[in-house]
Design a protein around this ligand. Structure first.
Ligand SMILES: *Cc1c(COP(=O)(O)O)cnc(C)c1O
Length: 464
């Protein structure tokens, strides 16, 4: 078959890209100078670029290709559904087989009585839905003053106006007038950077208690919900201290506020269970899902809600929905993806076999002289770069200077490993083999060596 995407020289594609294509979270002029790396095909855990390089994808695309690239079953399910019914909506009392079956399957997989699904096409949309869901829930229960939603600094919940407000990315809030009213942020449980002299245990409790303090400050009767990722992803894979979530659970129960677990990354096997909530031991009222739901083959997301939330909302008309809520082709592909994850035992393998293997190898990166800590849950992990391990010191240079340098070395070594500030993160396809894990760690180590040399040569290896 003809390579549709590889028919023009790389330089020409880069020039066209720079001329017409605006990229998300990218400095446009800088990219224009440099030229984008152009990915042409992929298989398993490997990408191929327009120059023919084979690159190990340590990020599963953007935390989403859980099943790996190149699964013909997903292509076939899309083709079948496109022929049969490419689109119909789910508004105005209509439905269709893919949406029905996917909702049923998600209700089976989701813990507790999370039995109802409201579909969207992305995580951002689903979190926008959640803002309206939780406020409408309290309005319908006769407590309309409960509007406040508490979130965390450095959380990522999406990039729309609503979800970007929920998120705690200060750079995002700085552009375009975010956050919307009645969204409040508390500090994140990032012990390495912010824990000071405290033990991890005490720090976890202290950060959880900030939720209680915020609830009391706002007045418990005004608080609708708390939203958090079980393990923060885009914030740098921040694995909370073990003491954190039990204390948060106590607090949300005590004050009767809704808990939204944003499972967009943690869901569908990433942490070694179907959902991150199971891994960290929480019982949310709503879970946000997207990304791994379809392994990124088509855009789909949603909110999985408890019977209580569904029955309260169902008591009236919910004036909300997206044209593509429950899109039949996306739903069919998601269903097939869930079938493969289940029948091939991929989630179990992450929990019992490849996850523990990756953990052992990944944690050995902490022995590198530029690495302070290595933290990993299932198949999402991060390392903190530092010029001085003993002091858990940050670099004197702007946050992200050394991280960026390290990411560039990874790219040059044909490994996709992202940086968030000066943390390097991985989130590979869940189908990664032990041999591929060995390759990932070897390339990461080599890139760290090279980045450290480069940092030293450029006077960047200095503590703040
Ligand atoms: C990616 C992400 C989102 C946003 O999903 P989009 O599909 O990009 O809109 C929301 N929450 C979390 C935790 C994410 O990682």
């Amino acid at each position: 078959m003809a390579q549709l995407t590889n028919t023009r020289p790389t330089a020409e594609l880069q020039a066209l890209d720079a001329a017409h294509h605006m990229h998300p979270f990218t400095h446009g002029a800088e990219l224009g100078q440099k030229g984008a790396r152009i990915i042409t095909s992929a298989d398993g855990c490997w990408l191929t670029d327009s120059e023919g390089n084979r690159i190990l994808d340590g990020m599963a695309g953007l935390w989403c290709v859980n099943i790996g690239y190149g699964r013909q079953e997903l292509v076939d399910s899309a083709t079948r559904q496109m022929s049969e019914l490419p689109f119909y909506n789910t508004f105005f009392q209509t439905s269709h087989l893919p949406a029905i079956q996917l909702a049923e399957r998600l209700a089976q997989l989701a813990p507790g009585d999370l039995d109802h699904v409201f579909f969207a096409s992305s995580g951002s949309e689903a979190n926008d839905t959640n803002i309206r869901l939780v406020r409408t829930y309290w309005e319908m229960k006769g407590e309309p003053q409960r509007r406040a939603i508490i979130s965390r600094w450095n959380a990522y919940h999406g990039s729309s106006v609503g979800s970007g407000s929920l998120g705690g990315m200060k750079g995002m809030h700085a552009q375009g007038g975010l956050p919307i009213p009645d969204i409040h942020h508390i500090d994140q449980p990032n012990w390495w950077s912010e824990g000071g002299e405290m033990s991890e245990h005490d720090f976890g409790i202290a950060r959880a208690r900030q939720l209680e303090e915020k609830i009391l400050e706002l007045g418990p009767e005004n608080v609708a919900a708390f939203i958090a990722e079980p393990v923060q992803g885009a914030g740098g894979v921040i694995v909370p201290p073990e003491s954190y979530w039990p204390e948060v659970s106590r607090i949300v129960k005590e004050y009767g506020i809704l808990l939204i677990a944003d499972e967009v990354i943690c869901g569908f096997g990433r942490t070694g269970n179907w959902f991150g909530s199971q891994t960290v031991g929480i019982e949310p009222d709503i879970m946000t899902v997207a990304k791994g739901l379809s392994s990124g083959y088509l855009p789909i997301g949603g909110s999985i809600v408890s019977s209580d939330v569904a029955s309260v909302i169902g008591g009236g008309e919910f004036n909300h929905g997206y044209t593509y809520s429950g899109h039949p082709v996306a739903a069919a592909v998601a269903l097939e993806n869930l079938r493969l994850l289940d029948e091939e035992g991929i989630v179990t393998r992450v929990r019992e076999e490849t996850g523990p293997y990756l953990k052992e190898k990944f944690e050995s990166l902490a022995e590198h002289p530029m690495v302070g800590e290595a933290k990993i849950v299932g198949m999402m992990g991060s390392i903190a770069l530092t010029p001085d391990k003993a002091r858990r010191a940050a670099f004197k240079a702007d946050a992200g200077t050394v991280g960026y340098l390290c990411r560039e070395r990874c790219f040059a070594n044909n490994l996709v490993m992202r940086h968030v500030g000066d943390r390097m993160i991985i989130s590979p396809p869940l189908v990664i083999s032990k041999e591929e894990i060995d390759a990932l760690i070897a390339r990461a180590w080599k890139s760290l060596d090279e980045a450290m040399v480069e940092a030293k040569e450029n006077g960047l290896f200095e503590a703040a």
